[in-house]
Unconditional design. Structure first.
Length: 231
């Protein structure tokens, strides 16, 4: 185990995982990286600003979100070439996992620049380990397409995957998703993880049709991690 805290390396892009709900999800290494870096590239500068303020950290912030990531990548690369250290964060969890970051990392790698992960909270890992479904083999899907036809086609392809399926879904589309699963994968065991690491964290387990009935009987809020037993 590394027992010392080495200084940040100039010209490095640090991928810093941030809390997915509970502020105590933050790691000591993440806090040190955010304190010592030259600039923080954030999906939402206002949200990240509040996080930094909570921990007494003041750093320059630049935005790096879905619609400016390609353009912002070159600016970040110029900072790295100039010897700056850049901490890349998203609103919650690990950058690049259904969040901005992938383009910046790819650009840095292609440019021969150094990239270092600062691991921490990740919703898919938290939900998978607590689901009770097999963890030795799993397939992460991210968000399914919004259009019904494309969603059904994607689910039909995924039906043959042997490992546990893990995907993200918003509360507004959960009923539609459960209806689709009840039709296409009626016998599969499904686990819904909601409000992970927050006060009202909850795991709900059952067949798609059973979960659909339970969803219709109450109001479920918050982002969901949906886990589906493999083929």
């Amino acid at each position: 185990m590394e027992t010392t805290a080495p200084a940040l390396i100039p010209g490095t892009l640090y991928l810093v995982a941030t809390p997915i709900g509970n502020l105590e999800d933050i790691t000591l290494r993440a806090l040190r990286t955010l304190k010592e870096c030259d600039v923080v590239a954030a999906e939402d500068t206002r949200r990240t600003g509040r996080l930094l303020s909570h921990f007494g950290i003041r750093k320059p912030l630049v935005s790096c979100f879905q619609f400016n990531e390609a353009r912002r990548s070159e600016e970040i690369l110029e900072r790295l070439r100039g010897g700056q250290t850049v901490a890349l964060v998203t609103d919650a969890g690990s950058p690049g996992i259904s969040d901005p970051g992938e383009r910046v990392v790819r650009a840095a790698v292609v440019a021969g620049l150094r990239v270092e992960p600062v691991p921490g909270a990740c919703a898919l890992v938290a939900a998978l380990t607590a689901s009770g479904l097999p963890t030795d083999e799993f397939h992460f899907v991210g968000f399914l397409p919004h259009k019904s036809g494309q969603r059904r086609q994607r689910l039909a392809v995924l039906a043959s995957v042997r490992g546990t399926l893990v995907l993200y879904e918003s509360p507004h589309r959960m009923e539609r998703l459960l209806r689709e699963l009840a039709e296409l994968l009626p016998e599969r065991e499904v686990v819904l993880g909601r409000e992970l690491t927050k006060r009202f964290e909850e795991f709900v387990r059952g067949a798609p049709a059973d979960l659909l009935q339970r969803l219709q009987a109450r109001s479920w809020r918050g982002e969901f991690v949906v886990l589906i037993g493999g083929a």
